[in-house]
Ligand binder design. Structure first.
Ligand SMILES: O=c1ccn([C@@H]2O[C@H](COP(=O)(O)O)[C@@H](O)[C@H]2O)c(=O)[nH]1
Length: 250
């Protein structure tokens, strides 16, 4: 096993797991969440569940003690994104994201909008979706290799004041080298070593490889929600993280 150089912020989040609650209704979500422990994972609400349930389920999860990542990937004019981030801060979300390609003024407006909050949400910039490969990127006008595009967008996000980025774990090592240990790397596209297929994801890594490469958080949807034993998957990932951190367990 490769040695892991721990980012300084890692002690603040003893579990790297963010479970993507990609369900289409509140009942199924709450039934699934009943087995989860907020000490052992964070949770994420994305476009599907938020469209179905809105703010009430998000607030219910926060009241249950979960750190909530509101993954709505804002991409709009600065005033609109800043205002949305302020609402997210009022709700008490832990992390919220926006497309870094929305530009510096958009990201700086978001940073300014939440600056006054005692518990301000972590602001995260989406770089290049983990579902995209090089051919997909070319088709939407990204002329650089994805790895370069991700580093460039992450550099812009950091200099605009964001706390971190969403990227593939495949880009984690170059991002750590370019942007240091404190910058958060939130990595979806996680697949277990025994996965039968990658679904719609293209830039994937296993939990162990992602953590070793420098990921701060692993976003895991189907590998957890469709597992026979979701709690066991989370426990195993936490055990890998603890082992890499050289501690005895979470
Ligand atoms: O680049 C991105 C950004 C966000 N996501 C989200 O993460 C989860 C991944 O789910 P899996 O089932 O583990 O593939 C999902 O909610 C996406 O919306 C991403 O995959 N890639």
């Amino acid at each position: 096993m490769n040695p892991l150089i721990l980012p300084e912020h890692s002690s603040a989040h003893p579990t790297p797991v963010i479970v993507a609650l990609d369900f289409d209704n509140a009942e199924a979500t709450l039934q699934f969440v009943r087995q989860l422990n907020p000490e052992q994972c964070q949770v994420k609400i994305g476009k599907e569940l938020f469209t179905a349930t809105g703010r009430s389920l998000a607030e219910s999860l926060i009241h249950q003690g979960f750190k909530l990542f509101l993954d709505l990937k804002y991409h709009d004019i600065p005033n609109t994104v800043a205002s949305a981030c302020k609402v997210a801060a009022d709700m008490g979300v832990w992390m919220v994201d926006m497309h870094a390609s929305g530009g510096r003024r958009m990201m700086e407006a978001a940073v300014e909008a939440v600056a006054g909050y005692a518990h301000k949400p972590l602001l995260i910039g989406v770089t290049v979706l983990t579902s995209m490969d090089e051919a997909d990127a070319r088709e939407v006008g990204i002329v650089k290799p994805i790895a370069e595009q991700v580093v460039d967008l992450a550099t812009l996000a950091k200099s605009s004041g964001l706390d971190g980025v969403v990227c593939s774990a495949m880009e984690a090592a170059p991002l750590r080298a370019a942007l240091g240990q404190e910058f958060l790397l939130v990595t979806p596209g996680i697949r277990l070593p025994n996965a039968q297929n990658n679904d719609d994801q293209r830039r994937i890594m296993t939990p162990q490889d992602a953590l070793t490469a420098g990921s701060s958080y692993l976003v895991m949807g189907r590998p957890v929600t469709q597992a026979a034993d979701p709690v066991a998957v989370i426990r195993d990932v936490n055990a890998v993280a603890a082992q890499l951190q050289g501690t005895s367990g979470l």
